[in-house]
Design a protein around this ligand. Structure first.
Ligand code: GCO
Length: 456
C-alpha cells in the first residue's frame, strides 16, 4: 500500500495562483571583487577597515565571490525551482567617482548577470541602492549633503537606461532607516557617525528625495511595463491579543513609528504627528520636494523579520511590552521571533496607505551554528521559523491584504554587515574558505513549498 493512502495529503490551502516566490540578495554582501574592474570603494569597504567596526575585521573584498560564480549560483536557483531573484546593483561599480562617468566594465557585469538569469527563465527584481554609497560621496557629506540627490538621480538614469530591456521590476532604496539613522545617528552601520537628531532627519529627507528620483528614472526610461516601488523595514507593533483595544493600540503605535518614511511617501507631506514628534529637529525641505517624494509607485516592499508586542493600557495609552529574557530569538540579538509581524505589518500598511501591491522583499533567519555534518546542514530552526512566519502571511492574504510575493533572505550565507561572516542567513551554506555551496535542509523545504504552492 502506498504511504499516501495511509496519510492523505494535508488539506491546508494553497497560496494564490500567481504568487511570486523568490530569494533576495544584495551586491555588497555577496559579490566580492570589491576593487576589481574599475569598482571604487563604498562606505562599507571603508568602514570594514576601521578597527572594531565589523566583527573579526571581516571585509567585503571576496564575500561569496558571486562576481565570478553567478552562473553556478543561478544554477542553484533553477535546481530549487526559484523563478524570482532580488539583487542589487553596486553604485560604486557603475559610477566609481559618484558622478556622470560610467564604468563600462561595471555595466558589462550586470548585463552578463541579467543574461544569465534570462537564459534560465528567472525574473530579476533590482534594487538600485542597498547601502553601498561610493566612499567619494561620503567624503562630501554622504547622506547629510543634499548633493547626494543629484548624484543618485544621475546614477539611476544611467542604470535604468542601460537595463530597461532586461529588467522590469525596480526597487529604489532598501531600508532607509538603516542607512540614515543607523549610519548617522546610532553609528552601527557605515559610516558609523553619531550626529544630532536634526542631521539624522535631514538624511532621511535626502533619502526620500532619492526614492522619488528612482521612481522618476523608471517612469522616464524603464518602458511601459516597468514597475517600481520602495523597500521599507517598518517597525511593527503587534497587538498582544485580538481585542479591539489592543488592535487599535498597535495600529496607533504603527502610525507613530512610521512618520519619517511611509507617511511622507504616501501622504505627500510630513504629517502633524511628524512635526509634533520632531519639533525643531525636523528636516529642512524645499518647495516641490514632496511632489517628487510622493510620485505614485506600483508596489511597496516590506522587509519583515521581527516586531514587538503592545497592548492598550488602562489609562488609554499604548504599552510597549518588554520581551522576557528567555523569549525565542535567532542568533541575531535584535531578532526576536514574532511571526505575527508578518500578519500585522502588511495589515496595518494596507489599512493606512493601501499600496496597490505589497511584496515581502525580505524575511529570513540568521544562525551561527549551521554546520555541515556528513554532507548535510539540518537547519531545523530556520525551517521552522520560515514556516511559522509564512503561515501568518497566508492568513493576511486570506484577510484580503494584497501580498503578492515573498523573497526569502537569503540565497547564500553572506556578509551580514557589522556581524561579518559569523551570522548565516542563507538557505544555501557557503564555505568562505573554499566557496563551496551546499544547500541546507531549509532550501529543500523551500523548494517543496514553491513546487506545491502551499506550506509543507
Ligand atoms: C537588512 C538588509 C539585509 C540584511 C538582512 C539580515 O535588513 O539589514 O536588507 O541586507 O542582511 O536583513 O539582517
Amino acid at each position: 500500500m502506498s504511504p499516501h493512502s495511509v496519510y492523505p495529503a494535508l488539506s491546508s490551502h494553497c497560496f494564490p495562483r500567481d504568487f511570486i516566490w523568490g530569494v533576495a540578495t544584495a551586491a555588497p554582501q555577496i559579490e566580492g571583487a570589491a576593487f576589481l574592474d574599475g569598482k571604487s570603494a563604498s562606505t562599507w569597504d571603508a568602514f570594514c577597515r576601521v578597527p572594531g567596526k565589523v566583527l573579526n575585521g571581516d571585509t567585503l573584498d571576496v564575500a561569496c565571490d558571486h562576481y565570478h560564480r553567478y552562473e553556478e549560483d543561478f544554477d542553484l536557483l533553477v535546481k530549487l525551482g526559484i523563478r524570482h531573484y532580488r539583487l542589487s546593483i553596486a553604485w560604486p561599480r557603475i559610477c566609481p567617482d559618484g558622478d556622470h562617468r560610467v564604468n563600462q566594465a561595471g555595466l558589462a557585469f550586470y548585463h552578463r548577470v541579467f543574461d544569465a538569469l534570462a537564459s534560465r527563465g528567472i525574473t530579476p527584481w533590482v534594487t538600485l541602492y542597498h547601502w553601498d554609497l561610493p566612499q567619494c560621496l561620503e567624503e562630501q557629506g554622504g547622506w547629510r549633503n543634499r548633493a547626494v540627490v543629484k548624484a543618485f538621480a544621475s546614477y539611476a538614469d544611467i542604470v535604468v537606461r542601460a537595463f530597461a530591456g532586461k529588467v522590469k521590476n525596480w526597487i529604489t532604496l532598501n531600508e532607509i532607516s538603516c542607512f540614515t539613522r543607523m549610519a548617522y545617528g546610532t553609528g552601527r552601520k557605515a559610516p558609523g557617525l553619531c550626529e544630532p537628531e536634526q542631521v539624522v532627519n535631514q538624511t532621511y529627507h535626502h533619502a526620500l528625495l532619492c526614492h522619488g528620483e528612482g521612481v522618476r528614472a523608471v517612469r522616464e526610461h524603464g518602458g511601459l511595463a516597468a514597475k517600481v516601488g520602495l523597500t521599507d523595514n517598518p517597525s511593527i507593533p503587534v497587538p498582544v491579543s485580538t481585542s479591539e483595544q489592543d488592535i487599535s493600540a498597535a495600529a496607533e503605535a504603527f502610525g507613530e513609528d512610521n512618520i519619517r518614511v511611509l507617511d511622507p511617501i504616501h501622504h505627500g507631506h510630513y504629517t502633524e504627528r511628524y512635526r509634533r514628534l520632531t519639533g525643531k529637529n525636523g528636516a529642512a525641505c524645499e518647495k516641490d520636494d514632496f511632489s517628487l517624494i510622493s510620485l505614485p509607485t506600483d508596489f511597496l516592499g516590506l522587509n519583515i523579520y521581527w516586531g514587538y508586542f503592545v497592548r492598550a493600557s488602562c489609562n488609554g495609552t499604548v504599552e510597549r511590552m518588554d520581551f522576557p529574557a528567555s523569549y525565542p530569538r535567532t542568533s541575531s540579538p535584535w531578532h526576536a521571533l514574532v511571526p505575527q509581524a508578518l500578519h500585522w505589518g502588511p495589515r496595518f500598511v494596507h489599512g493606512l496607505y493601501a499600496p496597490k501591491e505589497i511584496l515581502i522583499t525580505e524575511h529570513g533567519a540568521g544562525y551561527d551554528d549551521d554546520v555541515i555534518v556528513d554532507g548535510e546542514i539540518k537547519d531545523l530552526h530556520r525551517r521552522d521559523c520560515l514556516r511559522t512566519y509564512l503561515r501568518e502571511m497566508l492568513d493576511t492574504i486570506d484577510a484580503g491584504v494584497p501580498v503578492k510575493g515573498y523573497f526569502l533572505w537569503s540565497l547564500l550565507d553572506n556578509f551580514e554587515w557589522q556581524d561579518g561572516y559569523l551570522r548565516r542567513f542563507g538557505i544555501v551554506h557557503n564555505d568562505f574558505n573554499t566557496q563551496r555551496r551546499t544547500p541546507k535542509l531549509s532550501a529543500e523545504w523551500y523548494a517543496a513549498v514553491i513546487a506545491a504552492n502551499r506550506l509543507q
